[in-house]
Design a protein around this ligand. Structure first.
Ligand SMILES: *[C@@H]1O[C@H](CO)[C@@H](O)[C@H](O)[C@H]1NC(C)=O
Ligand SMILES: *[C@@H]1O[C@H](CO)[C@@H](O)[C@H](O)[C@H]1NC(C)=O
Length: 230
């Protein structure tokens, strides 16, 4: 303590300056190194540029779609989705995937979570989910709309999925990207209620959107995830 006070202020200042210089140099080296790594990753990213995953609705079966009172719906819908990764060099981690059915813009089942999975290069997976709802409030027009569909001879509803995915290129794994899937299910719905479920086997392509790419690529969690492996 007393030793410190004896030193001349000039000496202290000089030492402080050289330490400062050292750290500034270190920082410069480090940031240059980091910047070149990030540029390299970005270049690889641009070359490989992942194509968004593809989904198609293979089968949908409506077991129940019943109103109690005038506006509380019980529903039970079984679906099978085919999920495909079209990329030759990019794998996909599906970290979150929630599926629900929607009718004329209203959600008619609760969200069902599909367990996380990894999808390799050009790999496909069949995903099944039981979508249910008990006492879900719907608009008073619901009954009328279903009646109109029945008159038209077909029931049309949407199957929606929201999730988060990460791309895997070699051993590098990207940040998380939100994505949405929208499928249209069309099933014959005649005037007489069939004994079995209303059913549709179609294999129609769904639309997929992957959101805010640049933001996620350079996002704040990026550096932590650079070394991430699973
Ligand atoms: C509605 O519920 C009744 C009785 O619970 C059942 O018989 C009928 O099949 C159901 N309708 C549909 C469309 O699920
Ligand atoms: C809907 O489900 C609830 C709870 O299981 C039940 O009490 C009600 O009767 C059901 N309504 C119809 C129309 O099936």
């Amino acid at each position: 303590m007393s030793q410190f006070h004896v030193k001349s202020p000039k000496h202290c200042a000089k030492q402080g300056l050289s330490i400062d210089k050292f750290y500034r140099k270190l920082f410069l080296y480090f940031s240059t190194f980091l910047l070149s790594i990030l540029s390299l990753i970005f270049l690889i990213w641009l070359i490989l540029h992942p194509t968004k995953p593809e989904f198609s609705l293979q089968e949908a079966d409506v077991y129940q779609l019943n109103l109690s009172g005038s506006h509380l719906l019980n529903s039970s819908i079984q679906i099978t989705l085919l999920s495909k990764n079209p990329n030759k060099n990019v794998g996909v981690y599906y970290d979150e995937l929630q599926v629900y059915a929607s009718y004329k813009g209203q959600q008619i089942t609760i969200d069902t979570t599909i367990p996380p999975f990894y999808q390799g290069h050009e790999e496909s997976n069949l995903l099944t989910a039981a979508l249910v709802g008990t006492g879900i409030p719907v608009a008073p027009s619901f009954d009328y709309e279903v009646g109109r569909d029945q008159t038209a001879g077909k029931l049309v509803f949407s199957l929606k999925a929201n999730g988060r995915l990460r791309w895997k290129v070699g051993t590098w794994v990207s940040g998380r990207f939100r994505f949405n899937v929208n499928c249209v299910a069309i099933m014959p719905f005649g005037p007489s209620i069939p004994s079995g479920p209303l059913s549709s086997k179609q294999g129609t392509q769904c639309s997929t959107t992957v959101k805010s790419q640049a933001h996620n690529f350079w996002g704040p969690n990026k550096l932590m995830e650079l070394g991430y492996k699973q």
